[in-house]
Design a protein around this ligand. Sequence first.
Ligand code: HEC
Length: 172
Amino acid sequence: MTAEEYYKLKVRPIYRSYPAYVKGREPAGYIESLKQREPEIIFDPSKFHTEEDWIAAGKLVFECETGFRPAPASGPSAEGLRFPASSEGVLPFLVEGYRYIVRKRGGLEVGGGSCAGCHTRVMSDGSLIEGAQGILYPPVSAAALSAIRDSTPEALQGRRHSSGRTTVPPGS
Ligand code: HEC
């Protein structure tokens, strides 16, 4: 990509996101209330003045999802979660799909693809360190790795489509 192409890219807006809950633990009327919300762009450089503001802004970028899909009717059930929900039933935000995003009023979405999704380390006491090597997913087995290496570009494309993720160009 040339510098000219690079500087012509649209800036991706970052919308406010909201916690998602384990199935059945949402406060009453939660999903409906989110569907009434207007989209809100939370990355706004005109509001960043101090060094702390910019550090906080970096965190927003690090955590923002880059691919979106319609939110499922409810969160996953508590059994079998790889990372436990909080005592209030809030899902760990760093896992794909575990946060609601409002990019359009009424159209609740979940997403994936944030830096945080791969670069957050869950410590043994359950605390999170953002920016470290992540351990979200178990290592791919040698057999699975060679199957990926041996697949055709078409097969890889197919896997991407069947994962249900659509990467949305910035600004759309
Ligand atoms: C799909 C998972 C994934 C996502 C999303 C991701 N990374 Fe990475 N990142 C990796 C992996 C895996 C490596 C290690 C690559 C290697 O060593 O070859 C890596 C390496 C890095 C490194 C180099 C670290 C080092 O020690 O050399 C940096 C810096 C980094 N990523 C930053 C980011 C940022 C910033 C984002 C978001 C814009 C991001 N990554 C998104 C998986 C991801």
